[in-house]
Design a protein around this ligand. Structure first.
Ligand SMILES: [Zn+2]
Length: 257
């Protein structure tokens, strides 16, 4: 169980409360890391259990205002399944819902409009194999052409087809879409992609000559087995996530309210 968990409210499963605490922590961390975009974009998580229920932010709150109990529980169509005074951006849930429903292993979907992610999304070549950080994620990246707001079923189907079984999607000329088996894995994958994008921009702005990486090293990065944690290594739920939530607890533990 994550260290984010506090006392479980009555009439709520331990799994739901744990997911609420993790998702609220994720909203706070996304904001702290400078990845939020006012009230735009969203992060969703699947509620553990037999129902296709999901948690989403109350529309209109800044990400640093989100708490575990304020998250809204919705069905796959974006309808509230419990009484709540909060509104949800059900139109914005169309793509996350399609991903959650088509891929049972996807328990969290994180969409962002970060400066670095958007800037790479505008580049024809996308994320380039420039350094170790890029090579850790490059084999797990899919690309999807911009088609305006993605609310019709045809656009959702095209996006799912482009995504395949990968975990990172560059929405061209728009932003990033990251999925994972847990909130922790999704946040850490986002961190790694963000960092690789920022490094690419910094290098391009320098105008310096590129020091090439051996071709075999690059091609093995493209061809490596896709796993939930790009780059492999430790389970982020056991390592990075615990450290990140300790950091949040030191700064402002109110996300667990
Ligand atoms: Zn967007």
């Amino acid at each position: 169980m994550s260290s984010t968990v506090t006392a479980i409210p009555a009439r709520m499963s331990a799994g739901e409360w744990r997911t609420r605490c993790d998702l609220a922590a994720c909203y706070r961390l996304v904001d702290q890391f400078g990845w939020s975009d006012l009230t735009n974009t969203r992060i969703t998580a699947r509620v553990p259990g037999p129902n296709d229920h999901f948690l989403i932010n109350p529309y209109g709150l800044l990400f640093d205002e989100v708490t575990a109990s304020s998250l809204v529980k919705i069905d796959a169509e974006g309808n509230k399944v419990e009484p709540s005074d909060s509104e949800v951006n059900s139109g914005g849930f169309a793509i996350p819902s399609a991903l959650h429903m088509a891929r049972p292993e996807v328990n969290c979907v994180l969409h962002s409009h970060t400066v670095a992610g958007c800037a790479v999304s505008m580049q024809k070549g996308g994320l380039l194999p420039l350094n170790q950080h890029a090579l850790q994620v490059i084999g797990d990246i899919a690309y999807h052409d911009y088609a305006g707001t993605a609310r019709d079923p045809g656009e959702r189907a095209r996006l799912l087809a482009d995504f395949g079984d990968r975990h990172i999607m560059v929405l061209r000329n728009h932003g990033l879409l990251i999925v994972g088996a847990s909130v922790a894995a999704t946040f850490v994958a986002t961190y790694r992609m963000e960092r690789a994008c920022a490094m690419q921009l910094a290098f391009q702005q320098s105008g310096a000559e590129f020091n090439p990486i051996d071709g075999e090293v690059v091609s093995s990065a493209y061809n490596k087995l896709r796993i939930d944690v790009p780059g492999g290594g430790n389970d982020p739920g056991r390592v990075e996530w615990l450290a990140l939530t300790r950091k949040l607890d030191r700064i402002d533990p109110s996300y667990k309210a």
